[in-house]
Write a protein that binds this ligand. Structure first.
Ligand SMILES: [Zn+2]
Length: 611
């Protein structure tokens, strides 16, 4: 029997909850064993896969699909065509596909594919391979899939590839034939256009043979570090003393992840530290990196993990590796690829990149929502956590860490550059509006909820969401229901309006006047079509401030803990009036939503100053 350590207990607890959710979520499982070899003379990876697949589908499967992402890096592909057609293409990709020579292109070819030992008919359309099953897989059915495949690593266009601007030899992400997800919405078979990912949880056991010139870093734990030559692996295992040889086999293992990424470089330098909860944190920096920046990054990464473990919930894996992938930043399970050439005076940006990409592990990696369907649940939730963590690491003192998101949304909404959050990731008509939706409006989706239910209830709800739905691919309503139960408020209407439409929020103060000797009449108006519960702050001459909550009848209840709320605002009514007991003579000003809990389009009517 295997020893069960604390980390495994967390896995077991999570799997019990995962199993409970299975009846509704339909969780499949795919355990991979892969054995591959990197031929650096031809830039090719050749190997085999053994996949134990258990279907969680409610339907009988008559086919399977695989992703062959490397095939995107050729002229004329969906990724190339989309890049050419977008009005605001990614400058790093624009115009680079057409001139790719055969040796620069990427491809992934499945040479043979067997299910339960029987060869299957397959058909490949660009980045998607279809398997016509000779025997259907019933709900809950298990099969063994064996493949032989060969892939050519493309020159770096985005994310994956070789020889990028920071001289990293190989960034091998989205590099192997990957079984596609089938869920309540069906198969995920769209061609890869450099957007988002969605995968099946499983255990990965990956052996990579590479010439001993290369040091590797990747997803999971390096199982055989101590058996590798000291020159390669001493930072992974101080006792490493494997025999010197021309080739080395790197054996990685990761449990309960939905992808596996790795990178190889002749000059990787590895270092390590530990988070407060004992997660081993590894760092792989390449040739064009600053030692001082990476040393500082280590300390920030420890503080980042300590914050996230409390803010969202405990990181369940034993290890995390920050890898200089050399092209932007991109999240993978148990590791991230980042740009790594930051100078010490660029540390805040460098830390920000690590924080964002590593925070993805809690959302993309562990909660694992469908990023194609709900890119904002991954990028937006990650951006929310990033803003909170960065305020802790580099304090500005602003009680609203999401203010810059509110401001950039306002600018985009006024410029008409907003598309509905319900747009699937691949189908936004502009990169700008995708960024605005997935990152900014996704972050504001949470921030506005926090404003409605209050920070303590919201944060507790977010932690419950993480605990309950880790490893289960939840839907937006799963979080909304938790917050409804915890706050007693009705909130689905807000989720529907904010994620399903481009309707906007705009409230203003119309009038403030004295009524008798000790009362003040305040009149508000709603100009945007989305009503929200609001905060009104009365500021008096002596500097005292009094906060009042304007509750909304669509929520049915006022925010928990809001003392003496004002009358409810009828969500369909364009105007609202209330009378507050206060001395008008002592009043200086009235502020509507001063903390910007709502993405109010026009701030100029949110403040009344006594003339
Ligand atoms: Zn991101």
């Amino acid at each position: 029997m295997k020893r069960i350590n604390a980390v495994r207990w967390i896995f077991l607890l999570c799997s019990v909850e995962a199993a409970e959710a299975q009846t509704t979520a339909g969780l499949s499982r795919a355990d991979y064993r892969m054995q591959v070899e990197l031929d650096d003379s031809k830039h090719r990876i050749k190997g085999t896969q053994e996949i134990a697949f258990q279907s969680g589908a409610a339907d009988t499967l008559h086919e399977l699909f695989f992703h062959l992402y490397f095939n995107a890096f050729q002229p004329g592909t969906a990724m190339a065509e989309r890049t050419a057609a977008l009005p605001d293409p990614d400058g790093r990709m624009k115009g680079r596909f057409e001139s790719m020579s055969a040796s620069e292109q990427g491809w992934n070819k499945v040479r043979s594919l067997k299910v339960n030992g029987v060869a299957q008919r397959t058909e490949t359309r660009e980045t998607t391979l279809k398997v016509y099953l000779d025997k259907p897989i019933p709900p809950g059915g298990r099969v063994r899939i064996d493949t032989e495949f060969e892939a050519q690593v493309p020159v770096q266009i985005r994310r994956s590839g070789r020889d990028n601007n920071e001289s990293i030899d190989y960034t091998c992400t989205q590099w192997y034939p990957k079984l596609a997800q089938y869920d309540r919405h069906g198969w995920k078979t769209l061609p890869y256009v450099n957007r988002e990912f969605f995968g099946i949880f499983g255990n990965f056991d990956v052996r990579i043979r590479a010439r001993s010139a290369f040091v590797l870093a990747g997803t999971g734990v390096l199982v055989n570090a101590c058996a590798l030559p000291a020159a390669l692996a001493q930072a992974y295992c101080p006792e490493a003393k494997g025999p010197k040889a021309e080739w080395a086999e790197w054996h990685f293992s990761a449990e309960n992840v939905h992808d596996f990424a790795w990178a190889a470089d002749r000059d990787y330098r590895i270092s390590a530290t530990q988070s407060g909860r004992g997660t081993d944190l590894y760092f792989a920096r390449g040739p064009r990196s600053e030692a001082a920046s990476w040393k500082a990054l280590q300390d920030y990464t420890v503080r980042f993990f300590n914050t996230m473990d409390t803010l969202i919930g405990g990181y369940p894996y034993p290890r995390f590796t920050v890898i200089q992938g050399g092209d932007g930043g991109m999240e993978y399970p148990m590791c991230t690829m980042v740009l790594g050439a930051a100078k010490p005076d660029q540390i805040e940006g460098f830390v920000g990149l690590m924080v964002h990409e590593a925070a993805h592990n809690w959302f993309y990696g562990i909660i694992a929502t469908d990023e194609q369907r709900y890119p904002w649940m991954d990028e937006g939730f990650t951006s929310y956590a990033e803003a909170v963590v960065m305020e802790g690491l580099f304090p500005t003192g602003d009680p609203n860490p999401h203010r810059s998101a509110v401001h950039s949304y306002r600018k985009a909404a006024l410029a008409g550059l907003v598309e509905p959050l319900s747009t699937p990731a691949d189908f936004y008509t502009r990169n700008k509006s995708y960024g605005m939706g997935a990152y900014v409006m996704g972050e504001l989706f949470l921030w506005q909820l926090e404003g409605m239910v209050g920070t303590p209830v919201f944060r507790a709800g977010l932690r419950e969401f993480y605990r309950k739905y880790a490893f289960t691919h939840p839907e937006p309503s799963d979080l909304v229901r938790i917050l409804e139960r915890r706050s007693g408020m009705q909130l689905q209407w807000y989720s529907d309006l904010w994620t399903g439409t481009t309707q906007t929020i705009d409230h203003g103060i119309v009038e403030v006047r004295a009524v008798g000797r000790d009362q003040i009449r305040i009149v508000l108006e709603r100009k945007g079509s989305i009503p929200m519960p609001l905060e009104l702050v009365l500021v008096f001459e002596d500097g005292t401030r009094r906060s009042l909550k304007v509750p909304l009848d669509w929520c049915f209840e006022a925010a928990p803990g809001s003392a003496q709320p004002l009358p409810f605002w009828n969500g369909y009514a364009p105007r609202y009036e209330c009378t507050v007991r206060a001395d008008f003579n002592a009043l200086d000003e009235v502020q509507l939503d001063p903390l910007e809990y709502t993405a109010d389009l026009h701030l100029e009517n949110n403040r009344w100053v006594k003339p």
